[in-house]
Design a protein around this ligand. Structure first.
Ligand SMILES: C[S@@+](CC[C@H](N)C(=O)[O-])C[C@H]1O[C@@H](n2cnc3c(N)ncnc32)[C@H](O)[C@@H]1O
Length: 295
């Protein structure tokens, strides 16, 4: 068990890159056809609901704007997008903020959709997608990016510090970083909190969430300054609740379809996670924050 999992107090199996690739292939129809079912909304994240936000599409747009504003993203910036997914973040950074972008992902399936999306959005001259692990960044040169960006993706790193060390290496001297994610906010979990978080992690094929304090301590330890953390729990609860509601019918239906061989076990596990994420977020165990910092 890694140092970070002991610090977080969560006891799940380590998730390998093969597990993650397999998970996103098996759940492709959930993520691509159902969650990001709109050509303007190819994202797989909760979105940011504030006063006046009516649709998930608006919330998804708001979330990207929040991240971009937190690192003052502009046309002179070169961004390393570590969000993965179907390329929505990377293409948005290029189209809406004029940035030059390199997007990393370990899923060849998602990368093929991302490259198509860049063409569709007319930014394929500004965005390049690479198959690379954001905890290794083997294709990424030292000191070559202004911004490193992660949205609901860095949680997949077994050891988040490995990602932060790479981010530090590839950022220029005045580089900025933003990582929006679920974080633990409690260390000693009750039996029920442990059950909720563990079932959620297992269903979405994650091995742990970093504790928010440890994540910020690691940033400081690596030399990042002006570390800020905006708690966005209230702004994502609408999506968390909608996903929970989906699980109430999605799981029983999935069980039936699974019996007839029409839905796979991974999709069923996804529905279990969709159920547990809501009460876990409502508890004091887990939080959701936009963390940004600069070198
Ligand atoms: C929940 S999705 C986030 C999607 C994205 N934020 C969006 O808005 O569409 C998590 C993504 O992280 C990617 N991922 C997981 N582990 C990774 C790693 N070690 N290196 C690069 N990408 C990874 C997955 O393939 C997946 O695309």
């Amino acid at each position: 068990m890694s140092k970070h999992k002991q610090r977080d107090g969560i006891n799940t199996e380590k998730t390998s890159n093969d597990d993650v690739r397999d998970y996103y292939s098996q759940c492709h129809s959930i993520y691509h056809e159902k969650w990001s079912d709109d050509s303007d909304r190819e994202s797989i994240h909760y979105g940011y609901f504030d006063e006046g936000t009516e649709t998930l599409g608006e919330a998804v747009h708001n979330m990207k704007s929040k991240l971009a504003d937190s690192v003052d993203l502009g046309p002179d910036d070169r961004v390393l997008d570590c969000s993965g997914g179907y390329g929505d973040n990377a293409t948005w950074q290029a189209k809406e903020r004029g940035a030059e972008v390199v997007g990393l992902n370990i899923s060849p399936l998602q990368l093929s959709y991302a490259r198509e999306l860049a063409k569709e959005r007319g930014v394929d001259d500004k965005v390049e997608f690479r198959e690379d692990d954001f905890t290794k960044m083997e294709t990424v040169e030292d000191n070559s990016f202004d911004v490193v960006w992660g949205l609901e993706s860095i949680c997949y790193a077994d050891d988040k510090r490995e990602f932060l060390e790479q981010a530090k290496r590839v950022l220029k001297d005045d580089g900025r970083i933003v990582v929006t994610d679920w974080y633990m906010e409690k260390r000693d979990l009750s039996f029920i909190e442990d059950l909720m978080v563990t079932q959620w992690l297992k269903g979405w094929r994650l091995s742990n969430y970093a504790h928010i304090d440890d994540f910020q301590d690691d940033l400081a330890d690596l030399g990042f300054e002006n570390i800020t953390s905006e708690n966005a729990e209230d702004n994502i609860m609408k999506s968390a609740f909608d996903i929970f509601l989906f699980s109430l019918w999605g799981y029983p239906l999935g069980k039936l379809l699974n019996f007839f061989g029409r839905q796979n076990d991974t999709e069923l596990g996804n529905a279990v996670a969709c159920f547990y994420q809501y009460p876990a977020l409502k508890s004091d165990a887990v939080t959701y924050s936009i963390v940004s910092a600069e070198l």
